[in-house]
Design a protein around this ligand. Structure first.
Ligand SMILES: N[C@H](CCC[C@H](N)C(=O)O)C(=O)O
Length: 270
């Protein structure tokens, strides 16, 4: 089978984009994993499919991690999804709503940047003291469409992201589904820098949108920093997270604003 695809990235988190509005594609987990393989395939952190809406949105977004497993949501992927759908409509769209397993997401376009309205965060937990590898860490957690653990540190450059990230990703405290693991440093009030070990990629990515949102909300929880919070990611981009706190630990109007870039179009046989 020959596939037409578009390769995109959102702040360095990269994706294979497929137009499956006719539902002609039924890729297996192994096929998705192969397409995302950086040596034997196209290479990406994940794969997104555009499908027809079934619950009142304009489209349905399906997101798959590099290991081929489907995940509920992807923040950087959602920005790329919005841009990709707009390109399929010759750039004529101004706002779209799309269904995800985490709920309805909307995207608005400002040039090459995209603002998405995230699903309502939930399951916020502050300051769990957890044994992680050979250390005991103060771990916060919140679900921003997918589960995230957040650890604030002083020296972000020397955090053992792979060791601690994998230990948190498979930690007893986050079983059975596991979690993504973020390490964050405060640069200034309202400005943080983060690094993320991603579930389903099983490694550090250059950016993680739902992880940025998780770290920004925890920063607000810990310091009272107002919206928006700026987040510097491993790949060097800085993105803005907006939010409204409607009650203690309750958030609405959570937005993620940043780039969604096309790298190339291609065809691949699978
Ligand atoms: N790896 C994540 C999904 C993608 C999240 C990330 N790429 C983002 O931009 O939000 C998980 O399985 O929970």
């Amino acid at each position: 089978m020959t596939l037409n695809f578009t390769k995109m990235n959102g702040a360095g988190n990269d994706f294979v984009m497929l137009d499956n509005r006719d539902l002609s594609l039924a890729l297996t987990k192994d096929q998705i994993e192969k397409l995302c393989d950086r040596h034997r395939g196209i290479g990406a952190d994940g794969l997104l499919c555009v499908e027809p809406a079934t619950e009142g949105g304009d489209f349905k977004m399906r997101y798959y991690n590099a290991d081929g497993g489907e995940a509920e949501m992807c923040g950087n992927g959602a920005r790329c999804f919005g841009r990709f759908v707009n390109l399929l409509h010759a750039g004529t769209l101004t706002k779209i709503r799309f269904e995800t397993l985490a709920g309805m997401i909307s995207a608005e376009f400002e040039g090459d940047q995209v603002r998405i309205n995230m699903s309502a965060p939930h399951s916020l937990k502050l300051a769990q003291e957890l044994p992680v590898s050979k250390a005991t860490l103060t771990v916060h957690s919140v679900n921003t469409g997918v589960p995230h653990a957040v650890v604030y540190v002083e020296d972000l450059d020397h955090v053992p992201v792979l060791e601690w990230g994998a230990a948190l990703r498979y930690h007893e405290a986050f079983k059975p589904k596991g979690t993504n693991a973020n390490f964050a440093k405060v640069l200034a009030p309202g400005s943080i820098s983060i690094r993320t070990y991603e579930r389903g990629v099983e490694g550090e990515t250059l950016a993680c949108g739902t992880g940025m949102v998780a770290c920004a909300l925890i920063h607000h929880e810990l310091t009272g920093a107002p919206s928006p919070v700026s987040v510097l990611v491993k790949g060097g981009d800085t993105l803005r997270i907006g939010f409204t706190e409607t009650a203690p630990h309750e958030y609405t109007d959570v937005t993620l604003f940043g780039p969604a870039d096309v790298v190339f179009n291609g065809t691949v046989s699978i």
